[in-house]
Ligand binder design. Structure first.
Ligand SMILES: [Zn+2]
Length: 109
Protein backbone atom coordinates (compact mmCIF):
# COMPACT_ATOMS: atom_id res chain seq x y z
CA UNK A 1 0.00 0.00 0.00
CA UNK A 2 0.94 3.66 -0.26
CA UNK A 3 1.10 6.19 2.52
CA UNK A 4 -1.86 8.55 2.32
CA UNK A 5 0.30 11.36 3.70
CA UNK A 6 3.55 11.22 1.73
CA UNK A 7 2.59 8.75 -1.01
CA UNK A 8 5.62 6.52 -0.44
CA UNK A 9 5.13 2.77 -0.87
CA UNK A 10 5.09 1.03 2.52
CA UNK A 11 4.72 -2.51 3.80
CA UNK A 12 1.10 -3.78 3.91
CA UNK A 13 1.49 -4.83 7.55
CA UNK A 14 2.87 -1.43 8.65
CA UNK A 15 0.68 0.53 11.05
CA UNK A 16 2.84 3.66 10.85
CA UNK A 17 4.62 5.00 7.75
CA UNK A 18 8.39 4.56 8.22
CA UNK A 19 8.98 7.60 6.03
CA UNK A 20 6.79 10.26 7.65
CA UNK A 21 5.48 8.52 10.79
CA UNK A 22 1.81 9.08 10.00
CA UNK A 23 -0.61 6.29 11.00
CA UNK A 24 -1.69 4.12 8.07
CA UNK A 25 -5.22 3.01 7.20
CA UNK A 26 -4.48 -0.31 8.92
CA UNK A 27 -3.99 1.56 12.19
CA UNK A 28 -7.33 3.32 11.71
CA UNK A 29 -9.06 0.01 10.95
CA UNK A 30 -7.60 -1.73 13.99
CA UNK A 31 -8.58 1.09 16.35
CA UNK A 32 -10.84 -0.19 19.13
CA UNK A 33 -14.48 0.09 18.13
CA UNK A 34 -17.37 -0.56 20.48
CA UNK A 35 -18.45 -4.11 19.55
CA UNK A 36 -22.08 -4.60 18.63
CA UNK A 37 -24.25 -6.53 21.06
CA UNK A 38 -25.27 -9.97 19.86
CA UNK A 39 -29.06 -9.94 20.15
CA UNK A 40 -29.28 -13.19 18.20
CA UNK A 41 -27.29 -15.07 20.87
CA UNK A 42 -29.44 -13.61 23.67
CA UNK A 43 -32.69 -14.48 21.88
CA UNK A 44 -31.37 -17.96 21.06
CA UNK A 45 -30.35 -18.52 24.68
CA UNK A 46 -33.86 -17.63 25.93
CA UNK A 47 -35.53 -19.69 23.18
CA UNK A 48 -33.39 -22.73 24.03
CA UNK A 49 -35.33 -23.08 27.31
CA UNK A 50 -38.75 -23.15 25.63
CA UNK A 51 -38.28 -24.20 21.99
CA UNK A 52 -35.24 -26.49 21.81
CA UNK A 53 -34.98 -26.89 18.04
CA UNK A 54 -35.63 -23.21 17.24
CA UNK A 55 -33.31 -22.17 20.08
CA UNK A 56 -30.60 -24.45 18.71
CA UNK A 57 -30.84 -22.91 15.22
CA UNK A 58 -30.87 -19.33 16.56
CA UNK A 59 -27.92 -20.09 18.89
CA UNK A 60 -25.86 -21.52 16.00
CA UNK A 61 -26.63 -18.33 14.02
CA UNK A 62 -25.68 -16.27 17.10
CA UNK A 63 -22.41 -18.20 17.46
CA UNK A 64 -21.56 -17.55 13.80
CA UNK A 65 -22.37 -13.88 14.28
CA UNK A 66 -20.15 -13.63 17.38
CA UNK A 67 -17.19 -14.59 15.15
CA UNK A 68 -17.79 -11.57 12.90
CA UNK A 69 -15.30 -8.71 13.55
CA UNK A 70 -18.06 -6.20 14.35
CA UNK A 71 -19.24 -8.34 17.28
CA UNK A 72 -15.75 -9.09 18.64
CA UNK A 73 -16.86 -12.39 20.20
CA UNK A 74 -19.91 -10.83 21.87
CA UNK A 75 -22.52 -13.40 22.83
CA UNK A 76 -20.23 -16.36 22.12
CA UNK A 77 -20.55 -17.81 25.64
CA UNK A 78 -24.30 -17.21 25.64
CA UNK A 79 -24.68 -18.89 22.23
CA UNK A 80 -22.63 -21.94 23.32
CA UNK A 81 -24.66 -22.20 26.56
CA UNK A 82 -27.84 -21.97 24.49
CA UNK A 83 -26.61 -24.71 22.13
CA UNK A 84 -25.89 -27.02 25.09
CA UNK A 85 -29.27 -26.32 26.74
CA UNK A 86 -31.24 -26.71 23.51
CA UNK A 87 -29.31 -29.90 22.62
CA UNK A 88 -30.27 -31.45 25.97
CA UNK A 89 -33.82 -30.19 25.41
CA UNK A 90 -33.89 -31.75 21.93
CA UNK A 91 -32.69 -35.12 23.32
CA UNK A 92 -35.43 -35.04 25.97
CA UNK A 93 -37.96 -34.05 23.32
CA UNK A 94 -36.96 -37.03 21.15
CA UNK A 95 -37.17 -39.37 24.18
CA UNK A 96 -40.58 -37.87 25.02
CA UNK A 97 -41.75 -38.41 21.42
CA UNK A 98 -40.47 -42.03 21.50
CA UNK A 99 -42.41 -42.69 24.72
CA UNK A 100 -45.59 -41.24 23.16
CA UNK A 101 -45.10 -43.25 19.93
CA UNK A 102 -44.33 -46.39 21.96
CA UNK A 103 -47.37 -45.68 24.11
CA UNK A 104 -49.54 -45.29 21.03
CA UNK A 105 -48.13 -48.53 19.65
CA UNK A 106 -49.05 -50.34 22.87
CA UNK A 107 -52.51 -48.75 22.89
CA UNK A 108 -53.16 -49.72 19.28
CA UNK A 109 -51.82 -53.25 19.66
ZN1 LIG B 1 4.28 8.57 4.85
Amino acid sequence: MFCKNCGKEIDDSAVVCPNCGVATEKMAASAPVQPMSNTLATVGFILSFFFSVIGLIVCIMGLKRSKEPAYAGNGKTLAIAGIIISSIGTVFYVIYLCIIIAGLGVALA
